[in-house]
Design a protein around this ligand. Structure first.
Ligand code: FES
Ligand SMILES: [Fe+2]
Length: 365
């Protein structure tokens, strides 16, 4: 039944059902450019790698002898053994010693994924058994992979986002700290929450002290393109609103004083202050659980300075994050009620409707 002024959210099962989550992996995650970390995670030098999970697939991002990064399935072409043990947390990143050797029968692959050696089997045509590849591209230092070939380029999918944050030296930034959260909520609940500030007044008292505009009018009328102003005397997301760190080089006057945010569908959220960026990478693990990786990015010239301490930013963000995850978990639990068929978006929450449209367009056959 239409309700004037309100838009229905996705139906409850879209957030609750494992069958829907399986369909999302197939139709949405596997076909989207998926943030899989940062280029900085792979140090220079041939053979460095990181293992990452995308839509239930284990991938290896490997730096080749030519310096290029490639994404391979973590699956041997012989009998399917994992090339890197996914049960071993110490093997989540590392360096292959010149080649990738399967531990089972020693089929060995070059760093570009081509099969090079099949011991005692001269008849195997090596060219036919290279490692399976996923597409890989990068933007602003973030790595993106896509399991299934598609027509849209990463640049095409990013649309106007790079232009809006062009002054921030994102590609140069380095991760000084990463917080990990196991959130008992569907990934779309987190995305919808990130996209509206209607909840900021009730949920984030500390943040609203710093950014009074978040409280006014239920967070409506915020000019995210120009950036959100802080209270007088404050200019960054720290507990004091100030910091000893210098602003990023290249920012304009607004960007040195205001805050910006971007949601790179489906799994990267960016929150940009003048001296640091909080980057949230979502890893949906089931319909009702999401692992959130929250990276704190700083300019290398600040990280190298004596006395560098990221704690002022991390402290505030950890408070805000925990408030967000707690309220999202309450949504997830509440939606399981027999009386919940779907929710409603008020005009203040309009950007969250956009996620519904984005999701529906990709999930429909
Ligand atoms: S499964 Fe890898 S060499 Fe046999
Ligand atoms: Fe929030």
């Amino acid at each position: 039944m239409p309700v004037p002024g309100l838009e229905p959210s996705l139906p409850g099962p879209a957030y609750l059902d494992e069958d829907t989550f399986t369909a999302e992996r197939e139709h949405l995650f596997a076909r989207s450019w998926w943030c899989a970390g940062r280029e900085e995670d792979l140090p220079p030098g041939p053979g460095t790698y990181v293992r990452t999970d995308v839509a239930g697939e284990q991938l290896l991002v490997v730096r080749g002898r030519d310096g290029a990064l490639r994404a391979f399935a973590n699956v041997c072409r012989h009998r399917g053994a994992e090339l890197v043990d996914t049960r071993d947390p110490d093997a989540a990143s590392g360096c292959f010693p010149g080649a990738i050797r399967c531990p089972y029968h020693s089929w060995t692959y070059a760093l570009d994924g081509t099969l090079r050696a099949t011991p005692h089997l001269d008849s195997v045509e090596h060219a036919a058994f290279g490692l399976h590849r996923a597409e890989l591209d990068s933007w602003a230092g973030f790595l993106f992979v896509r399991l299934e070939r598609g027509t849209a380029s990463l640049a095409g999918e990013l649309g106007p986002i790079p232009a809006r944050v062009a002054n921030y030296p994102l590609a140069e930034l380095v991760t000084a700290e990463t917080l990990h959260y196991a959130v008992q909520a569907n990934w779309k609940v987190l995305a919808e929450n990130f996209n509206e500030c209607y909840h900021c007044g009730p949920v984030h008292p500390e943040l609203c002290e710093l950014v009074p505009a978040f409280r006014r009018g239920g967070g409506s009328g915020l000019d995210w393109e120009r950036g959100i102003p802080h209270r007088d005397g404050a200019y960054t997301f720290t507990t004091t609103g100030t910091t000893a760190r210098r602003p990023f080089p290249g920012l304009d006057t607004d960007e040195r004083e205001r805050h910006k945010g971007e949601l790179v569908y489906p799994n990267l959220f960016l929150s940009l202050s003048c001296d640091h960026v909080a980057a949230f990478v979502l890893h949906p693990t089931s319909a009702a659980t999401t692992h959130v990786e929250c990276r704190f990015l700083f300019h290398p010239s600040e990280v190298e300075r004596p006395g560098f301490d990221p704690f002022d930013a991390i402290e505030l963000w950890n408070v805000v994050n925990r408030q967000d995850w707690a309220i999202c978990e309450r949504v997830q639990r509440g939606m399981a009620s027999r009386w919940f068929d779907h929710g409603w978006f008020a005009p203040l929450e309009d950007p969250s409707v956009d996620i519904r449209r984005w999701w529906a367009a990709r999930m429909s056959p």
